[in-house]
Design a protein around this ligand. Structure first.
Ligand SMILES: [Zn+2]
Length: 419
């Protein structure tokens, strides 16, 4: 039986979260003087895990690491059910103080509140390795290893350090880990009855709607694709307008149609052309070919997939109408990750009880929770970040919002445990 949650001193929580963030922004914890830059198997990352681990040990948690370096800490012996909280504390190469790290220190604050108020919540904190992919160019690497969404060949051979080209395997071994046991990472999820990850929103929805908390009920799925349009390279001055096969016009038409299709699909569907390669890319040359990328996402599979199919067909048709050819190639697709209704409801109830403004929303960005949710009922909590800036030293979020999130998570876990 868990104790009822008493009133929580949010200012104290905010001060502790601010102190953790300040500490982990110090020179011992980043390899760059201009940004937060920390990633797997660097001394700065090691010190970050040591700091978080020491804080948890002082609360009586048993702290360990999985065979590749994901940190796991629990306040119940193995085999007993626990509720999972956490995020990642590696950063982008030009990162800020809050992405991931604020989720880990908020999870740490959940553990502190449990200890301080003797709530008796069975907890397990996880800080995932290499969420941002800064070390080896592989996003969500720690959680993908845990969920066995990688192959041994990739870990041994294909995944290589951005800095020195040596393999992930070699680096993990040099850091004292046992990558040969990577398949055992999955056992970190064995006893989890649920999972909540707190993260900064990385967009402006909460800020612009004046909400302090976002309760995330789904993580967007996506289609990543390329369109290659072949026209005819000619001289920009000497070729009359009616004698041109200019592939940039197909790009222009497709960009507008993508906006129209995504808007019409609604339900959170978004479409973006993020990369454009124009060949030869000279001011006085009509391009011979254009390649552009498509990133089409949303929390409703049929909606964003419909847009992807339609825009591919549109680009091919637009090229044909102009006497050119276009190819539409899918790079990667990933389905929507639905989050758990009962945990989302418990978080909403807890948020409502605080009287602070919150909203339900989906996550457009990818998170480790996408992997965890495959095995464990999961949800996420977002807090606003200033102007939606993330992956940049200007990233800013308010420890007071994180403290509110910690309280909501504590109350939700307590309710779920009693349910
Ligand atoms: Zn993150």
């Amino acid at each position: 039986m868990m104790a009822p949650v008493p009133s929580i001193d949010r200012e104290l929580s905010a001060a502790r979260i601010a102190r953790d963030i300040d500490t982990l922004s110090g020179r011992d914890y980043t390899t760059s003087a201009e940004a937060i830059r920390r990633y797997a198997y660097t001394p700065e990352y090691r010190r970050t895990l040591d700091y978080v681990g020491a804080q948890l040990r002082s609360l009586g948690f048993d702290v360990s690491e999985d065979p590749v370096g994901t940190l796991i800490a629990r306040n119940r012996p193995a085999g007993e059910p626990v509720f999972g909280v956490g995020s990642h504390c590696d950063s982008n190469r030009n990162g800020g103080r809050y992405d991931g790290t604020m989720g880990v220190v908020t999870a740490l604050e959940v553990c502190r509140l449990d200890a301080e108020h003797r709530l008796g919540l069975p907890l397990q904190l996880i800080s995932f390795l290499e969420e941002e992919g800064s070390g080896f160019g592989q996003m969500l690497l720690g959680s993908r290893i845990m969920l066995q969404r990688v192959s041994e060949q990739e870990l041994r051979e294909s995944f290589r350090s951005v800095d020195d080209g040596r393999s992930f395997w070699e680096h993990a071994e040099a850091a004292g880990y046992e990558p040969a046991r990577w398949r055992e990472s999955i056992h970190a999820l064995d006893d989890l009855t649920g999972w909540i990850e707190m993260h900064i929103e990385q967009a402006r929805v909460l800020q612009d709607t004046e909400n302090r908390i976002g309760i995330v009920d789904a993580i967007a799925g996506y289609v990543h694709a390329d369109v290659l349009v072949r026209g005819r390279g000619d001289h920009a001055g000497a070729t009359p307008m009616d004698l041109r096969l200019d592939p940039t016009l197909v790009l222009a038409e497709t960009a507008l149609e993508l906006e129209r299709l995504a808007t019409e699909a609604g339900q959170g569907t978004v479409g973006t052309i993020g990369e454009i390669d124009i060949d030869p890319g000279l001011i006085n040359a009509i391009a011979s070919s254009v390649r552009f990328s498509l990133d089409i996402r949303g929390p409703v599979n049929d909606a964003y997939r419909g847009v992807a199919d339609a825009i591919g067909a549109f680009a091919v048709g637009a090229a044909r109408r102009r006497g050119m050819t276009a190819e539409f190639r899918i790079r990667q697709t990933l389905a929507v990750t639905p989050l758990d209704g009962a945990i989302v409801a418990a978080l909403e109830e807890a948020a409502r009880a605080t009287g602070e403004p919150f909203r339900r929303m989906h996550s457009g960005a990818a998170h480790d929770t996408m992997c965890v949710a495959d095995r464990v009922p999961s949800a996420m909590v977002f807090v606003p970040c200033k102007e939606g800036i993330s992956h940049h030293p200007d990233e800013e979020a308010d420890p007071a919002d994180a403290a509110l999130a910690a309280e909501i998570i504590v109350r939700a876990i307590a309710t779920l445990g009693d349910g």
